[in-house]
Design a protein around this ligand. Structure first.
Ligand code: ZN
Length: 520
């Protein structure tokens, strides 16, 4: 018999529709049994963090990876409950999956179709992508809620220096209130600076001697940059700055007079210049860093050039020793070529149809499995309920001692919870495939439009997703050195003859595929 390890991750039941770690475990155990694996270990990652940081997630994946390496050869299957509980992004997911495979370990999800056939791989990738898009959407919603709070005059970020949360009966209530000692330092900054003779660094070194503590009990590290940030922050004047630049009257108590604040803004030039970090991301040029020069293989950069009457945006190779270095490409030209390439890349209608029918066929098989699972679970639930009745009845008649009745009922209740949760899961999965297909359809068929309509940041994400290695510009026409696995798989699936897929495991990506230039 082959061995399996189960990996469970705690998540806030409120966020997962009441699915506890016990439910996850029961589902994983059942799945291992179904696939004929013996469970040799159960890993539980129970760190409680609903909105976990990227770093924490990376560390968890690294821990899991290390475990797998150390126990390499002792098990052949890693069972997880759901992919989105396993890796937060497609990149992480593909990375770990590939590493595991090198050590002879397969990855399975207890609630999703994953296997080593082309369809299985495709499904897995699509699900991982959806999990990622889902996370992206959530963060957009969180952001929106944050700016809505700003509209209401509340500050959704940690309190600015000099303010602290208001605590009432152990709960934090809005808005922030003045923090006695630090706010004196803030007032001092504005007062001294408005008099116009002292630099920010002098103010900073003076304040160091004050030994100010924040409300969290930390010593304040006074720097000219902190002084600058204080002077620039309209919060002290009683305002909040919205994402779009508007100033909104806050609900908190201001601490600086408008005249003093204004005066300080007028003499910003005095003293040390603030450090301004150059942003590597530029909204005007989504392809910067993604498109490579065909001659020197360095990424193109971009900027605005000033013409006689107006400014022109363009991309260019910034390598001075490259023969292309003088050649500029207007933003419109390059981005249109990119769009054209995406249009060419879109799977044909026929390929999508083949892909869909194969996926559906696969799913139908899975569905009948699910249905029998569902019926079995339903039977199990009824059986358990009958047993429970019997135990209660026996207890009442005095056949079983009371403490045993209680224990047995507890056990049965626990089993019932699992069984009922499984019923729910089976039902949920049925819905998943529909959203999966409509996602596939709208996403793949409208690929070029999706890119065109996307915000600059979303464009960059999509580009990296489609072409992990970037694309090469031939100063007329683009080519790519590696298409994303998802598209590669659609091609494979639509070309493969058998649903069970006897296709070779390692496919080479389409290298140096030049896009056809439309006839003009
Ligand atoms: Zn070059």
């Amino acid at each position: 018999m082959k061995n399996a390890v189960i990996y469970l991750r705690y998540s806030d039941p409120k966020q997962t529709g009441g699915i506890t770690i016990e439910t996850q475990e029961a589902a994983c155990r059942a799945a291992c049994e179904r696939e004929g694996y013996e469970i040799v270990d159960v890993l539980k990652d129970e760190a409680v963090s609903a909105k976990e940081s990227k770093d924490l997630n990376k560390r968890r994946l690294a821990d899991l990876y290390n475990y797998c390496i150390q126990h390499s050869g002792k098990f052949e299957l890693l069972m997880v409950y759901k992919l989105n509980r396993f890796a937060r992004s497609v990149e992480q997911h593909s990375w770990l999956r590939a590493r595991l495979k090198e050590h002879g370990i397969l990855l399975r999800s207890a609630t999703e179709v994953i296997n080593e056939t082309p369809e299985g791989k495709l499904m897995e990738n699509v699900l991982a992508s959806i999990a990622q898009f889902d996370n992206d959407v959530k963060s957009v919603v969180v952001k929106k809620n944050m700016w809505q709070r700003v509209e209401q005059g509340l500050f959704p970020f940690p309190p600015p220096f000099g303010y602290k949360p208001q605590v009432h009966e152990g709960r934090k209530i809005a808005p922030y209130i003045l923090d006695k000692e630090p706010i004196e330092a803030v007032k001092y900054v504005f007062k001294v600076f408005s008099e116009g003779k002292v630099s920010k660094s002098l103010i900073a070194s003076e304040l160091k001697t004050w030994k100010v503590m924040t409300y969290r009990g930390k010593r304040v590290n006074w720097t000219p940059q902190l002084v600058y940030r204080i002077l620039k922050n309209p919060y002290y004047l009683g305002f909040l700055r919205h994402e779009d630049g508007r100033l909104i009257r806050g609900l908190h108590e201001p601490c600086i007079e408008p005249e003093v604040f204004e005066k300080c803004q007028g003499i910003q030039g005095v003293g040390t210049k603030p450090i301004i970090y150059k942003k590597s991301f530029n909204e005007d040029f989504p392809l910067r860093g993604h498109v490579y020069c065909d001659s020197c293989k360095k990424p193109l950069t971009a900027s605005w050039s000033t013409g006689k009457y107006k400014k022109y945006p363009y991309y260019y190779c910034q390598n001075p020793s490259c023969r292309r270095s003088k050649k500029t490409i207007s933003k419109d030209v390059l981005e249109n070529e990119y769009l054209e390439m995406l249009t060419q890349l879109k799977p044909t209608e026929k390929a999508i149809n083949v892909f869909e029918s194969k996926l559906l066929k696969r799913y139908k098989e899975r569905e009948s499995e699910l249905k029998s699972d569902y019926l079995n679970t339903l039977k199990e639930v009824q059986e358990l309920e009958k047993q429970e009745e019997w135990v209660i009845e026996s207890g009442r008649k005095g056949i079983i001692p009371e403490h045993l009745v209680k224990k047995q009922i507890d056990d049965l209740e626990q089993q019932l919870v699992f069984a009922k949760a499984n019923l729910n899961d089976n039902y949920n999965e049925e819905l998943d495939v529909k959203s999966l297909l409509s996602f596939a359809n709208s996403f793949f068929v409208r690929l070029d439009i999706v890119w065109l309509d996307a915000s600059p940041k979303a464009k960059v994400r999509l580009q990296n997703f489609l072409f992990p290695n970037g694309v090469i510009y031939h100063y007329s026409g683009l080519s790519n050195t590696g298409l994303c696995p998802l598209f590669q798989q659609i091609k494979d699936v639509s070309l493969s003859k058998s649903v069970d897929g006897d296709l070779t495991e390692n496919r080479t990506p389409i290298a140096g595929m030049k896009t056809r230039r439309p006839n003009r």
